[in-house]
Design a protein around this ligand. Structure first.
Ligand code: 8X3
Length: 258
C-alpha cells in the first residue's frame, strides 16, 4: 500500500462505469479506501470488482433521478455512511454540431447530468461533511469550461458551471474543514467521443488520431494527488492537457471575395 499524507476512508465516485471511474476506483482501492460506485448498469462493474480488494458498495441510479439518489444515500450501510470524498465524475458531451443545428434533447441531458445532478448530489452529501468537520468534493470539469470551441456550446457552458460552482463552494466552506477541487482535463482518450458521436466509432477515432492524448490514468493521477495532500492543503483547480494540445486562436469571419 502506498504511503500518502492523507487517505480518504470512504470515497464515492459517480458515473463510475466508464474509464475515469475505473481508474479512480483502482487508485483509491490501492490506498485502502472503501468505495461507493454509482452507475446505471451495475453489470459493467464486474471486471473492476474482480480486481478491487477493498469493500465496495454499488448504487444503481441515473444521477438525474433525484429520488433514486436520495433513496440510495439514505440506505447506506454504516461502514459507508460517512463519505470523506465525493468525486463528481458523471458527465458527458452529446453532439458537436453548431448550436443552431443541435438537438435540444441533447442539451437537456448535458445540463441535467453535468450541472443539475452534480449540484444536487453535492448538496445532499455536503451537510454531513460539514457536520463531521472533514470531507472533500472533487468535481470533474474540463478545459471546455475555460476554452470555448465550435460545436462546444452547451457542453462548454455546462463545464464552466462546474468550475464556477467548485470555486463558489470554496467561498462557503472556508473554516469547515471541507475541501473542494475542480479537475479540468483537456483531451483524454476514453469513450467520451464515442458517446458524443452516439456510437460513430470512425468519427470518435478521428479525435484521437495521430496524436498523443491523455489517458484516464493521467486524470486519476491528478485526482489522487488532490485527494491525498494533507488536510491543511486545498487544491482549488487543476487544468491538465496533453503536451500535444494547446489553445487555438480566436476565429475571424472573412467576407468571401467576388
Ligand atoms: C473533454 C475535453 O476538449 O473534448 O472535456 O471538450 S474536450
Amino acid at each position: 500500500m502506498t504511503t500518502v499524507p492523507y487517505t480518504p476512508k470512504v470515497v464515492m465516485i459517480t458515473g463510475a462505469t466508464g474509464a475515469f471511474g475505473a481508474a479512480f476506483a483502482r487508485r483509491f482501492a490501492a490506498l485502502g479506501s472503501r468505495l461507493i460506485l454509482t452507475g446505471r448498469d451495475l453489470g459493467k462493474f464486474e471486471p473492476l470488482l474482480a480486481e478491487i480488494k477493498t469493500p465496495v458498495h454499488l448504487m444503481k441510479f441515473d444521477v438525474r433521478d433525484r429520488k433514486a439518489v436520495e433513496a440510495e444515500l439514505s440506505a447506506l450501510p454504516s461502514e459507508f455512511a460517512e463519505i470523506d470524498l465525493l468525486v463528481n465524475n458523471a458527465g458527458l458531451a452529446l453532439g458537436a454540431d453548431p448550436a443552431h443545428k443541435s438537438n435540444l434533447d441533447d442539451w437537456e441531458v448535458m445540463i441535467d447530468t453535468n450541472d443539475k445532478a452534480l449540484a444536487i448530489i453535492t448538496g445532499l452529501i455536503l451537510p454531513g461533511m460539514v457536520e463531521r468537520g472533514r470531507g472533500h468534493i472533487i468535481n470533474i470539469s474540463s478545459t471546455a469550461g475555460s476554452y470555448p470551441y465550435p460545436g462546444g456550446h452547451v457542453y462548454c457552458a455546462s463545464k464552466a458551471f462546474v468550475t464556477q460552482f467548485s470555486l463558489s463552494l470554496r467561498a462557503d466552506l472556508i473554516g469547515t474543514g471541507v475541501r473542494v477541487t475542480c479537475v479540468e482535463p483537456g483531451m483524454v482518450q476514453t469513450d467520451f467521443s464515442l458517446v458524443r458521436f452516439k456510437g460513430d466509432a470512425e468519427k470518435a477515432a478521428k479525435v484521437y488520431a495521430d496524436t498523443v492524448p491523455l489517458t484516464a490514468e493521467d486524470v486519476a493521477e491528478t485526482v489522487t494527488w488532490a485527494a491525498t495532500v494533507p488536510p491543511h492543503f486545498n487544491v482549488n483547480r487543476v487544468e491538465i492537457m496533453p503536451t500535444t494540445q494547446g489553445p487555438g486562436a480566436l476565429g475571424v469571419y472573412r467576407t468571401p471575395k467576388g
